[in-house]
Write a protein that binds this ligand. Structure first.
Ligand SMILES: C[S@@+](CC[C@H](N)C(=O)[O-])C[C@H]1O[C@@H](n2cnc3c(N)ncnc32)[C@H](O)[C@@H]1O
Length: 279
């Protein structure tokens, strides 16, 4: 696929997911709280700073930063999808934040001046871009000298069974294509050493890493399927596309595979993210 066509498809897919992303906000933010906390602490924003959030989605990480910037500071909440920016605007209004502006920006080609922001934050963004090195170099370009980047990506697939168990079942049964190594995806930046090299290679002199665990809790397999489907991503499309008897067979496989993660009242499936502070 041509690069422009590939970008159009990715943009369309993300825009289609905005409704589900908004619907899942509360659950997502509850589970992701340790990652958000790590990012805000690493960024250490000060009153008066200008902070850019990249690939912001509904904007929650930036909205945790905005109150720390005070009236003299400013958050630029950005995403390449206008549909995502719309749900972020609604959330900003709900929170009553007054120091936030929204920009439609592609993180791989930022329409911003050199040395124009004090901090950049990005949760679950760089791994989804075809050229994360270009995006990181763009980030470095717009950061002032001494500026800080705090971002999070998922660690390896093996440390994220909340996604990979279902993914393996869907692939094995032919409902989802096998992930192509190196292609954008949840776990493509999940190797800590390779990630350090990538960030350093994009021009950051200092790279510090913290591994952050999360716990995804589900009442049962139906709850897992409902909530994963609500997001409207690859799982949702693959599950919805499978015939009813296939879905029943996959639900039974999920029940067996989730057994090691059974807790009182359902399942607790672990996840692991890499939280990076670069400057
Ligand atoms: C997994 S969501 C994460 C959203 C948000 N950061 C969060 O943590 O909830 C990925 C987001 O990246 C955005 N995105 C993907 N590629 C992008 C790019 N090249 N430039 C800007 N945004 C991008 C999508 O539109 C989507 O909102």
């Amino acid at each position: 696929m041509e690069r422009a066509e590939e970008r159009r498809v990715r943009l369309e897919n993300w825009s289609a997911m905005a409704v589900g992303w908004e619907r899942e906000r509360e659950e997502r933010e509850r589970v992701a709280a340790p990652i958000t906390g790590c990012l805000v602490q690493a960024l250490a924003p000060k009153v008066g700073d200008v902070v850019l959030e990249l690939a912001a989605g509904q904007g929650d990480v930036g909205f945790a930063v905005a109150p720390l910037l005070g009236e003299t500071g400013r958050l630029i909440s950005s995403d390449f999808s206008t549909a995502m920016l719309e749900i972020a605007r609604r959330r900003r209004d709900e929170l009553g934040l007054r120091n936030v502006e929204f920009r439609e920006l592609d993180a791989e080609d930022l329409d911003l001046e050199d040395d124009s922001v004090d901090g950049v934050v990005c949760r679950w963004g760089y791994m989804l871009m075809p050229d994360p090195r270009a995006a990181l170099a763009e980030t470095r370009r717009v950061l002032r000298p001494g500026g800080r980047l705090a971002f999070a990506v998922w660690a390896s697939g093996d440390s994220n069974p909340w996604v990979t168990i279902a993914g393996r079942i869907l692939v094995a049964r032919g409902h989802m294509p096998r992930p192509v190594p190196g292609e954008p995806g949840m776990f493509v930046l999940g190797d800590e050493q390779a990630l350090r090299a990538l960030v350093g290679g994009a021009g950051f002199a200092s790279v510090q890493v913290e591994m952050v665990s999360v716990a995804n809790d589900y009442r049962d397999v139906d709850d897992y399927v409902d909530r994963s489907s609500a997001r409207g991503g690859m799982f949702a499309r693959a599950w919805a596309g499978a015939a009813r008897d296939e879905r029943e067979a996959m639900a039974a496989e999920l029940r067996d595979a989730f057994e090691p993660f059974a807790v009182d009242g359902g399942y607790e499936l672990p996840g692991l993210a890499i939280c990076v502070l670069a400057s």
